[in-house]
Design a protein around this ligand. Structure first.
Ligand SMILES: [Zn+2]
Length: 242
């Protein structure tokens, strides 16, 4: 049993090299393309021990232990944005996910570190997660207005895409945030482009109230953050996809 179960260096050098090359190449390139910012230096740690993952890793990340892909990002000094660390589940622990998932999840976490170079605010969480999901390639075409979503207790519930207006920004690790984020970031990108999304991200402050966010959304896109405003965005982007 390795001493430090989150140390990348204990794993075979091949994977380490691939992670570094992937971050410096395609990830850095996409982060610059979408967010117009350089990827910061990141410390990547892999967890390859199932017991450690189910216990300490999930406790630190605030996850419920399960069989899905797990990862999270921490910053030693949030305000100086230094030493971001990405903790990932080793691909060999993936039970049901395809290996491709590992690279996308890694990219998702890298996008979070780049976001933090634009603003220290991570709310609203649907936008924070949606931007990372979109750039990482987990996308949802904005073609249907509602989705059936399974919650953490496996209960199926119907969620309107317009519930994004009322979603609690402090509500993290909720499936809805990711799916609504994928949907609306896709729609905003298609309707307004990434320069406007970046403008909104830069304007965010961690002290923002829901009202502040609505004002900033209107400033960036010229459309109110209301059901009517979102419906007009949805209609304009769904035409081309039908
Ligand atoms: Zn995330």
């Amino acid at each position: 049993m390795p001493k430090n179960r989150l140390d990348l260096s204990i794993y075979k050098p091949g994977l380490q090299g691939r992670i570094v090359n992937y971050a410096r190449g395609p990830v850095a390139r996409d982060v610059r393309h979408y967010l117009n910012v350089d990827l910061p230096a990141i410390d990547v740690r892999l967890c390859q021990d199932r017991d450690y993952y189910d216990g300490e890793f999930c406790k630190r990340a605030g996850f419920k232990p399960d069989d899905t892909v797990g990862s999270y990002t921490v910053f030693n000094n949030l305000h100086k944005r230094i030493n971001p660390k990405i903790f990932l589940m080793h691909p060999q622990l993936f039970r049901f996910s395809r290996p491709l998932c590992f690279w996308r999840v890694f990219k998702h976490e890298c996008v979070h570190t780049a976001w933090r170079c634009l603003t220290i605010s991570i709310s609203p969480n649907w936008l924070f997660e949606g931007v990372a999901e979109h750039i990482a390639g987990f996308r949802l075409a904005p073609e249907r207005e509602a989705y059936f979503i399974f919650d953490q207790d496996n209960n199926c519930h119907r969620v309107s895409v317009y519930s994004v207006i009322n979603i609690e920004s402090g509500n993290r690790h909720v499936t809805d945030n990711y799916l609504l984020g994928r949907f609306w970031v896709g729609a905003l990108a298609r309707r307004f482009g990434w320069a406007k999304i970046r403008q909104l991200i830069i304007s965010l402050d961690e002290k923002d109230s829901r009202k502040d966010f609505a004002r900033k959304f209107q400033d960036a896109f010229g459309t109110p953050f209301t059901k009517n405003g979102l419906q007009s965005i949805y209609r304009s982007v769904s035409k081309g996809s039908r």
